[in-house]
Design a protein around this ligand. Sequence first.
Ligand code: SF4
Length: 454
Amino acid sequence: MKIITDLNWMEADFIEASKFFENTEDLTVVHAHEETKDRLIDKISIGGKEYSYEKEIVANDDIEKKRYVKRYAKLALYKSLSDYLNQNLVWGALTGIRPVKYAYSIGDNWREKMAEEMMVDESKLDVIARIIEEQKPIYQLKENNCDLFISIPFCPSRCLYCSFLSNEIGKEKHLDAYVDALVKEIKSAKPLIKNLRSVYVGGGTPVSLPLNLLEKVLKAIGKVDCEYTVEAGRPDCIERQTLELLKKYGVTRICINPQTFNDKTLKIIGRKHTAKDILDKFNLAKEFSFSINMDLIAGLSGESFEDFKYSLDTAISLNPDNITVHTLSLKKGSKLKETTERLTEGEISKMIDYSVYKLINSDYHPYYMYRQKYMAGNLENTGYTKKGKACVYNVDVMEEITDNLACGANGVSKKLFISENRIERYGSPKDIKTYIEKIDKIIEDKNKFFITSD
Ligand code: SF4
């Protein structure tokens, strides 16, 4: 689709808002925007059909007005494409990765506004309403609340769909030096922490570190009095000693992520373990009374609806505290993007619809949700929880209601300015060697970032 608009700064938003319409390859859309003193007029022309939308301007300043112009121009584009192509999208004209954060930002009557001004489907609004309800005991927008993230970007092998920063641990020459630099950064970050809400050690697969190095990291984090998650990730990295070590250092929650319970798919995506290994390691972890999350992916290459259904039903039968259902995301950098065929959006939608129905009817409650840019289909990732077991870290990060102190390569720290409704970010280098070499400068810059932005 070709979009010609006289609001040049809207081009990226228009592409985002229209990318999930089908059969648009040969379409040209022309958009003209006009403003009177108190009204916006958006005229859209598609294949000889003319559309015109008018809206009264309600804005207190230029920033608010720009947001208003953007929202109604996108809505005009969505409405005209929806009419011309006779297609409705479940997320309507809503773009962006945080639909729940958006709902909070528009106030009490968010549901009516998202239905009328964004044309979001009722099924999605229902899930958002359930999420807001589930977040109530956790949601806290308060200065100085913070979460600590520790990045261990190593895995035993690289999964075919992976688009994270993940280095094959067996090939890493600087592992000891990385952990030393990370420990230094963690120690220097501690005085910056005011009200710690959660710790999340992620990656990568943190438990792929040799036990002595993992212990160094856990020791540096020390005793905390809040939710403490470690991504145990893949069963090929989980041994009894690993779990004993996590328990010893006060970890309260782990993630064991099958992605699928089908051996055939595990092989295709580059995992070197079987579904039985996942079950064995899950049962082993249960002995330690961790809160457990399991991730699944809808839309993995070669999987039918029945395959996905089998994986979801198996995960539910294990009764973990949290189950997160992802839709396959094909970012640049994932081998899967180049090597395998994608399922159609209809098939993946069926999987997601089934997961919502089945999980809600199995006493799991949706508690956070996000969308991704390169997602297969116009869908979303949703975390589900048993009552009262929602992960604080996921809520804080998705709704952006706390500072985030991130340590390690590729860590992105965030500082919130609640009264100004803005966030500042500080990112560390992705490259392991650069991170190690620059650690002192990173620590200095990050201290300045947090202290001077107070
Ligand atoms: S376990 Fe996760 S981070 Fe590691 S390679 Fe697989 S998808 Fe990437």
